[in-house]
Design a protein around this ligand. Structure first.
Ligand SMILES: NC(=O)c1ccc[n+]([C@@H]2O[C@H](COP(=O)([O-])OP(=O)(O)OC[C@H]3O[C@@H](n4cnc5c(N)ncnc54)[C@H](O)[C@@H]3O)[C@@H](O)[C@H]2O)c1
Length: 405
């Protein structure tokens, strides 16, 4: 599916309805008033007689009704708002992500949790922003329960980031325990919440979270997602950079570019499916250009780690990617249709791997459907084969850690 086409359709319907609504109220009050007026008028109208209506006026009325029905549905659907917690909210990703989430009309309560004492201060700072969600801060394990009770979505960016020369797996020693302990909190205090795990190594932290949830009888495979969206964001950015001229000739902007990225979230397990990118281009990526682009997408995290020279890894682009992912999860929860993202989830797409990143369809319970891999080139198939041993080892390491602790 093309998520942008549904939002374009929504914008079109919205602007049509705006033309029908008086302008002296806030937009939601205007919309509500309009629906009430239309219903009141409808209830007073005599039933239409075929002789008094021309075919074109019938068509006009039925089109107007269709628009009103669709607007009504969107209005009430969009009224559903959610409670979201960010665990690790005082960090580089956590603070920026919280700032982005504060601007979401889908969130009624934003809970910021971290072990850092500054966290309640970060929440006070954000709470002065003039959007409707309420922000509260929680610092330290004694307050984890209050941060989590009633949450619909929990996002975990807690943990240490990479320094130059480190692999994501080097973070395992510290981040494994952090993700384990925070997931215990989720299992106890909001077992029905959807979990978005950002903390690295994602290829292992997701299996850790799943094992913890199993221990507490709180595991639902639809609700645990490793956030690999940054790989997609990077792939789309780099592809646009290389094919800007043709895309501009096609009148496509960077936001029209889609590139699925599958596998996992470390080095060669990051597998961009460039053959499946949209829009289709006259000259596909091949040869050394394909190899260089693939390598750049796989090493983009290291590009940032090296450029920050010891002061951390990607935070700003990661926060944006996490916000995109969270928004898609909330759209799914709200019952919106055709919400597709790439994420690292429980999967049988590759029979020998219990977890794999692929396109998933999001719905009211989280992952509604794990989508297949689609037609791949030989180059892409080979990348999948090459990634299997590393993914298997990372998964086994995570599972063993969680089972032994
Ligand atoms: N999935 C991805 O694509 C991706 C991309 C970039 C970074 N990351 C990962 O995200 C994580 C965070 O990165 P960052 O740059 O924000 O790091 P950071 O050091 O800036 O922030 C981490 C925060 O976690 C907090 N924290 C530590 N232990 C905690 C605990 N037990 N409970 C709650 N909070 C705790 C710290 O106090 C800190 O505020 C790292 O593991 C990093 O590797 C993932």
């Amino acid at each position: 599916m093309d998520p942008s086409s549904s939002s374009r359709a929504r914008r079109r319907v919205h602007s049509l309805s705006e033309q029908l609504i008086p302008s002296s109220m806030t937009s939601s009050a205007r919309r509500r008033q309009h629906f009430q007026d239309v219903r009141a008028r409808e209830s007073q109208m005599p039933p239409p007689s075929s002789s008094s209506l021309t075919t074109s006026s019938e068509a006009r009325i039925s089109t107007t009704h269709a628009i009103i029905e669709r607007n009504d549905a969107l209005f009430w659907k969009n009224k559903e708002k959610f409670t979201v917690a960010v665990l690790g909210a005082a960090g580089g990703i956590g603070q920026t992500l919280s700032l982005l989430l504060k601007q979401s009309p889908r969130i009624k309560a934003l809970r910021l949790y971290d072990i850092a004492p500054i966290t309640p201060g970060v929440a006070v700072d954000l709470s002065h922003i003039n959007t409707e969600s309420e922000v509260t801060g929680y610092a330290g394990p004694d307050q984890l329960r209050d941060a989590l009770v009633g949450c619909d979505l929990v996002i975990i960016p807690a943990g240490i980031p990479r320094k130059p020369g480190m692999t994501r797996d080097d973070l395992f020693k510290i981040n494994a325990g952090i993700v384990r302990d925070l997931t215990v909190g989720v299992a106890k205090y909001c077992p029905n919440a959807i979990l978005n795990i950002i903390s690295n190594p994602v290829n292992s932290t997701v299996p850790i979270a799943v094992e913890v949830l199993k221990k507490y009888n709180a595991f639902d495979p639809r609700k645990v997602l490793g956030v690999t969206k940054l790989d997609v964001v990077r792939a789309e950015t780099f592809v646009y950079g290389l094919r800007k001229d043709e895309l501009q000739r096609l009148r496509k902007s960077i936001s029209d570019v889609t590139v699925p990225v599958i596998g996992g979230h470390a080095g060669e397990t990051i597998i961009p499916l460039l053959s499946q990118m949209t829009p289709k281009l006259s000259k596909p990526f091949e040869g050394s250009e394909l190899q260089n682009l693939t390598t750049r997408i796989q090493n983009a995290g290291t590009e940032v780690v090296d450029a920050k020279a010891g002061a951390g890894s990607a935070t700003l682009s990661m926060a944006l990617a996490a916000e995109n992912m969270a928004t898609s999860c909330l759209k799914g929860l709200a019952g919106e249709s055709n919400v597709i993202e790439c994420a690292y989830v429980s999967s049988n797409v590759i029979p020998e791997l219990p977890f794999f990143a692929s396109k998933v369809k999001l719905g009211v319970n989280g992952v509604e459907k794990v989508l297949g891999l689609g037609a791949m080139t030989l180059f892409e198939e080979q990348m999948v084969k090459n990634a299997i041993p590393e993914l298997r080892a990372s998964i086994e390491k995570g599972v063993a850690f969680a089972q032994s602790s």
